[in-house]
Design a protein around this ligand. Structure first.
Ligand SMILES: *Cc1c(COP(=O)(O)O)cnc(C)c1O
Length: 235
């Protein structure tokens, strides 16, 4: 079981390397985030011992529980929808919040970060495919949003994130990765308050190779490393 986990992790790294080579990109410029949601701390430790330091979780309680049990040099990424009233539990535990999609949430992050005297790195979640079921700002709203959070002293916008549609043919998602990358280029060209964003969190198990070809700097891989997730029904 452990060896299988490590093998799948190594295989993902190799795939990332290959995609980088294909586009003449540097392997160091793409970070693999192992999405460990629903998976036990033992699995995380196995990967930790194989060298992995970046893990992604989508639930506050689960992230906090795991944080407390695991080595403190792990970089935790909050990748799921975040409620304002829960920001205080994770503000001093995560290195990056990927899912900022409202000014109210940004305000709360700023407030909690101020209390800890830290600057929180955030990504703006963008609903590039304009799916009704998805969180995230419409691409047209992103520029205004950056103007507004530029005033927040305890937040640093470092890039954009998207969750691409669930599709059978991953190639169909290439257009969305291209669009998110273009949005980043557009925003940087406007030179908003000297803000330069350079992170693109895009690509999951089914489409990370395509996302890397189109400029992803972070890929969030869950089932491709840990296997399928089993969600226990709470009755
Ligand atoms: C679960 C999740 C992932 C990982 O999904 P896989 O398809 O298992 O790789 C990535 N990003 C977000 C936001 C997620 O919630």
């Amino acid at each position: 079981m452990d060896t299988q986990l490590i093998e799948q992790y190594q295989e993902c790294l190799q795939n990332i390397r290959n995609s980088c080579i294909k586009r003449n990109r540097s392997f160091e410029d793409v970070k693999l985030i192992a999405v460990s949601k629903t998976k036990p701390v033992e699995d995380i430790l196995t990967l930790y011992n194989a060298g992995c330091r970046d893990f992604g979780e989508n639930k506050v309680q689960e992230l906090v529980d795991k944080y407390q049990q695991l080595p403190k040099d792990i970089h935790w990424h909050m990748i799921g929808h975040l409620q304002r009233n829960k920001v205080k539990y994770i503000i001093d535990k995560v290195c990056l919040i990927h899912s900022v999609d409202s000014l109210e949430l940004a305000e709360e992050i700023n407030k909690q970060a101020a209390k800890h005297n830290l600057v929180m790195n955030i990504l703006i979640e963008v609903n590039v495919a304009n799916e009704e079921s998805k969180f995230g700002l419409h691409p047209n709203q992103v520029e205004d949003f950056i103007y507004q959070v530029a005033n927040f002293q305890f937040i640093k916008v470092v890039g954009l994130m998207t969750v691409a549609p669930y599709v059978d043919i991953s190639e169909e998602n290439r257009q969305y990765f291209v669009r998110l990358c273009q949005l980043l280029v557009d925003i940087n060209s406007k030179n908003i308050d000297n803000i330069t964003i350079d992170s693109l969190s895009m690509g999951m198990t089914n489409d990370y190779e395509i996302a890397i070809e189109e400029g992803a700097t972070m890929v969030r891989i869950g089932s491709g490393i840990f296997g399928d997730r089993i969600y226990h029904q709470i009755s």
